[in-house]
Design a protein around this ligand. Structure first.
Ligand SMILES: [Zn+2]
Length: 232
């Protein structure tokens, strides 16, 4: 008995032994675990497929009966798709089908029942295993039909892509503002050099040199004031 419960991938939507109103008040002979249609179901034990059923709109709908090597019977019900045949040996973890909403079911879920010595027994202690073995539990599933783990992974990848995009935008903005600052500095430099040049020209006696250098210096000061103000 652990003190920290593992994260539950799926919710138990109906416990064993409850009276089911939608089934005319019959006692529930299994546990229901709500999961999206198409969730990969894997055998939770080594065993042999004893029976595959398709009751249409009745009861279990599509179901798989696995006789475990220890002699119990595991029943998986309301499946969308069955991937095994009667007589198949399945190892724990083997893909057996996809969950669904077939049969007498009020929403997508896995109905799981346990028979021990020919009697229905409470399978609640197997819920952790069902949680672990449902959805993607190993590599090949990723390339097959999508389970919820893939669904989550794809969304995580999507949001990572979003993040990359926005960080690229940030870099572009940063680059542009850096480039702007460089241009501004460059214009200051050109202005300064121009002023210096004209002052020098004036000093060496070129006619109206001082006047032009004064005009340039004032223009430069104005431009710097304006650009500096804008760039702040
Ligand atoms: Zn059920």
């Amino acid at each position: 008995m652990g003190t920290t419960a593992p994260t539950m991938k799926f919710r138990v939507s109906s416990e064993y032994g409850v009276l089911e109103e939608i089934r005319g008040g019959r006692v529930h002979r299994g546990v229901d675990i709500a999961m999206p249609r198409g969730t990969e179901l894997h055998s939770i034990a080594d065993g042999t497929v004893e029976r595959v059923v398709n009751y249409g709109g009745e009861r279990l709908g599509r179901g798989i009966f696995v006789r475990t090597d220890s002699g119990d019977l595991h029943v998986y019900g309301h499946l969308d798709k069955v991937s095994v045949e009667t007589g198949d040996h399945v190892d724990a973890g083997a893909l057996i089908g996809l969950s669904g909403n077939t049969g007498h079911s009020s929403g997508p879920h896995l109905h799981f029942a346990l028979m021990h010595d020919g009697q229905y027994a409470d399978p609640t202690h197997l819920v952790d295993r069902l949680q672990h073995f449902s959805g993607d539990i190993d590599g090949p599933g990723i390339f097959g039909i999508k389970g919820p783990a893939v669904w989550i992974a794809e969304r995580a990848a999507g949001s990572a892509k979003e993040h990359v995009k926005s960080s690229v935008q940030e870099h572009v903005y940063q680059f542009l503002s850096d480039a702007g600052a460089v241009l501004l500095d460059l214009s200051y430099g050109v202005g300064l050099v121009g002023c210096a040049l004209l002052i020098v020209l004036g000093a060496v006696g070129l006619r109206s040199g001082y006047r032009w250098s004064a005009v340039t210096f004032v223009s430069y000061a104005l431009i710097r004031l304006l650009l500096g103000g804008a760039a702040r």
